[in-house]
Every structure is written in C-alpha cells, then in structure tokens.
Design a protein around this ligand. Structure first.
Ligand code: SAM
Length: 232
C-alpha cells in the first residue's frame, strides 16, 4: 500500500474457487474491509465484488482474443457471463448485433447489469438471469452465430445446449475445459480428442479450428480453449 497508493485494501485468497457460482474465500489483511472494486481492462471498466462473483484478470488476453474473432452483425450467446467481462469486451471492440449474457448467480447478475450501464453497451448486451440450460431451451433455439462457454468445470455437459442455440447453418463455439496432461501429452490435443468424440454424436460436421492453453492451473493441469466451427 506504501508503494501503490491507489490500493485501498489487501486480501488473501484462502480457498480455491468452488460451488456453482465459482466463488473463493478471502481473508482481510490490510486497509478497508470492502471486497467491491473497479477493474479497468482494454478500455472497459468492470465493477465487481471479489467475494460474491467470479473474477479473474488472468483471462484478459482471452477476452480480447474472442472479441477479435467476433464478426460484425453477429448474435453471440455467453452462457456463463459472470459480471460481463467477455460480453462487454465483445460489445466494445467488435460490432455484434447482440451479446446475450446469462448467469445464474444473482449477485454477478446485478454487477453485469451495472457494468452494461457503466460501459454504455445497453443496446448490445442483453442480460438474462438463470440457468444457461433452461434459458437456452426456453428462449434461444436456433438464434445465435457464436457461443461462449467460459465454465471449464461444466462446459462439457452443456455442449448439446450450445449446439441447440446455434442457427441452423451452424456457427462457432468457444469451449473451455480443464485438462490433465502427462509429460509426453499435449493437453490441447487430448482435450480435442475428448470433445470431438462427443461432437461426433451430436452434430453432422465440425472442425476444431484452433486450441490453446489459456493458463496452467496446477501441476500438469491446464485450462484450455477450443474454437470449434459447427455445421449442424
Ligand atoms: C468461471 S465463471 C466465468 C465468468 C465470466 N465469464 C468471466 O470470465 O469472468 C463461471 C460463471 O458461470 C456461472 N454459472 C455457473 N453455472 C451456471 C449455469 N448453469 N447457468 C448460468 N451460469 C452459470 C457462475 O455463476 C459464474 O459466474
């Protein structure tokens, strides 16, 4: 706090991220006892509460990468939007028609709404509170060009729902997962094999066009992303 005068509060993470809302426990060390903060990235501002909603600055490059892939006029579905970091970056840096943004955590949803207002993307980002499966089944069949699945713990089980949301002509899925890899294994290739096996049973044609390690998360464990082009 002496060196970085803008720092008002210091907290230590004392648990891993867990539960449906992907939250972590924090222990207060110094300064104000608030976990609400403003974070600026790529010309966007995100208000969040680190105790009540998921947030990671380590996904900064990934958010900009997905925004760069989004084409003008697309309808995008972010199935696990949190406080809106991917959705707002896409709305600000590309020219999508809509970015439908779903999250089940009521607190993250409140910040999502506030961040839409703070970043003036009300015309583009559509917030919906609820379970991505139910919301998609009830309201989003055959309507989107691109689906984001930034819930690596459970994206695999939602793959068929992502396909359901894509337009009849197909589109793109950005699929996130955690993968274990031995020394002689490539986590991206291993994940590609697993996901391809599932996709073979639920769509007529697909290509995994790109994959990368997003970040290492533990000894031999990696967060990976696959960009998959789907023809339904
Ligand atoms: C790992 S966080 C990612 C949040 C955001 N995309 C980001 O990168 O900051 C996953 C989010 O999915 C939400 N979530 C979990 N299960 C969900 C479900 N079934 N439907 C909708 N959202 C869900 C959690 O509340 C959490 O905000």
């Amino acid at each position: 706090m002496d060196t970085h005068r803008e720092v008002k509060s210091v907290w230590r993470q004392v648990s891993s991220v867990s539960g449906d809302y992907r939250l972590r426990s924090l222990e207060h060390i110094l300064g104000e006892k608030t976990t609400e903060t403003l974070y600026k990235e790529h010309g966007c501002v995100y208000k969040t509460d680190l105790r009540k909603a998921y947030f990671s600055p380590r996904l900064s490059y990934e958010r900009l990468r997905i925004a760069g892939l989004t084409q003008k006029g697309e309808t995008v579905l972010n199935m696990f939007a949190g406080v809106g970091c991917y959705s707002i970056a896409i709305a600000k840096h590309s020219e999508p028609l809509k970015v439908i943004s779903v999250d089940v955590n009521p607190c993250a949803f409140q910040y999502l709404r506030e961040n839409i207002r703070l970043n003036r993307v009300e015309k583009t980002v559509v917030p919906i509170q609820g379970d991505a499966k139910k919301v998609t089944e009830n309201r989003l069949q055959n309507v989107v060009d691109r689906v984001l699945m930034p819930l690596p713990e459970r994206a695999y089980e939602y793959l068929d729902i992502a396909l359901y949301a894509l337009k009849p002509a197909g589109g793109w899925i950005h699929y996130y997962d955690f993968e274990y890899a031995n020394k002689n294994e490539d986590p991206v290739e291993k994940n590609k094999k697993k996901v391809s096996e599932k996709l073979r049973g639920i769509c007529s044609e697909f290509q995994v066009e790109f994959g990368r390690i997003v970040r290492p998360i533990g000894p031999r464990w990696f967060q990976v992303v696959l960009d998959v082009h789907i023809q339904k």
